[in-house]
Design a protein around this ligand. Structure first.
Ligand code: NAD
Length: 354
């Protein structure tokens, strides 16, 4: 299938582009590089042997999207583009609603106008109520606690309405837990712009000597070692979950929601120890007070994805740490491999934006 991947040079999407290419799909990426870099397509090409088409643009731009859908024949859209930092969303709620909700409406409208009605949407575990955070199931009531989580819940609601009005739409919403790790080759991984917001990129920056000490927020939670527990899922497992979701939609159609996590919770200290074990480094830690809004524990019930998508995680905590550590060591090295891969030029359909 010809697939448009919004936010395709971002962390999760770029790994999903690899899984899509390996499943035989043809990928077009659209990204505004607000949190990524066009050189990611060189990495995808070195790993898969093919360059995806890369289009520079902002999805919150109706004329741009209209032109894109006119020029490129598409069968499905994987919609990853969005902002994702809970704390930032509390400071900049309008920016989050604009970039996550309004832009999604613009995208859905363009899809509808051009008859592309298959969508896989990146939702998040933050849509659940904190009371349901341990073993969250898809049919629980949504009660997001911050503008980021609200933006995801709103888009989910919009998707329900779109499907209700026109059941020929095929939609899967994937609620990710805590994506972590990197491609096992070590040639692609997470490169956040600015200060890392998540545990694993922070650990990597300490390992690379870019940070000196890991701040741990709270060691007095009612958990086995006092630190917060989260469900970490390897980014390549997430990627294969997207391919499974597309296969499922192609077979069954409809409007569905699935959790994608590992189904296990690990504490911050357990993650640190696992990373120390694979890297041989000692990570200096500084304990701080709990952050407002942080949960003691959150993990997924993934039985629905296991049963219906026939999806199972392949990688555990060791692989998550091993691959992230490998990426940390290899990221600055020049890319080796075939030099006769032909790079498609970045396509710009919206010259008025420059
Ligand atoms: N990483 C997580 O912990 C996590 C957890 C749950 C859900 N999600 C969701 O998954 C999706 C991908 O997350 P990620 O971790 O890969 O983030 P990311 O920031 O690495 O990727 C997002 C990509 O979207 C692009 N983008 C943002 N706004 C855009 C716009 N208006 N037009 C075009 N491109 C735009 C960015 O440049 C970036 O390349 C996001 O929607 C995020 O909310 C992430």
């Amino acid at each position: 299938m010809n697939i448009l991947v919004t936010g395709g040079t971002g962390y999760i999407a770029s790994h999903t582009c690899i899984a899509l290419a390996e499943a035989g799909h043809v990928v077009t990426i659209v990204d505004n590089f607000s949190n990524s870099n066009p050189e990611v397509v060189d990495r995808i090409a070195r790993i898969t042997g093919h360059y995806p088409r890369l289009v520079y643009g902002d999805i919150n731009d109706p004329p741009f999207l209209n032109e894109l859908f006119q020029k490129i024949p598409l069968h499905a859209v994987f919609h990853f583009a969005g902002k994702k930092a809970v704390g930032e969303s509390m400071q900049l709620p309008l920016y989050y609603y604009q970039n996550n909700v309004t832009a999604s409406v613009v995208l859905l409208d363009a899809m509808q106008r051009h008859g592309v009605k298959t969508l896989i949407f990146s939702s998040s575990a933050t849509v659940y109520s904190p009371a349901d955070a341990g073993g969250a199931r898809e049919n629980m009531l949504l009660a997001p606690q911050n503008p980021y989580g609200c933006s995801k819940a709103m888009v989910e609601q919009i998707l329900d309405s779109v499907h209700h009005a026109d059941p020929s739409w095929n939609i899967v919403r994937l609620r990710y837990f805590n994506p972590a790790g990197a491609h096992p080759s070590g040639r692609m991984g997470e490169s956040p712009e600015g200060a890392p917001q998540n545990l694993m990129p922070y650990l990597c920056q300490i390992a690379e000597g870019k940070k000196t000490c890991l701040p741990v927020f709270g060691d007095d939670y009612p958990t086995r070692d006092g630190t917060g527990i989260r469900d970490y899922v390897h980014v390549m497992d997430l990627a294969s979950g997207h391919v499974a979701a597309l296969d499922f939609l192609n077979e069954h159609g409809g409007n569905h929601v699935f959790n994608l996590g590992s189904g296990h919770g690990y504490s911050v200290l357990e993650m640190i120890h696992a990373f120390e074990k694979v890297s041989g480094l000692q990570i200096p830690v500084q304990i701080h007070a709990r952050r407002p809004g942080d949960l003691a524990a959150s993990w997924a019930d993934c039985s629905k994805a296991q049963n219906l998508l026939k999806w199972q995680v392949q990688f555990g905590l060791d692989e998550i740490c091993k691959d992230a550590w490998k990426w940390s060591r290899l990221r600055e090295l020049p890319l080796a491999g075939s030099t006769d891969l032909k790079r498609m030029p970045v396509t710009v359909y919206a010259p008025w934006r420059h």
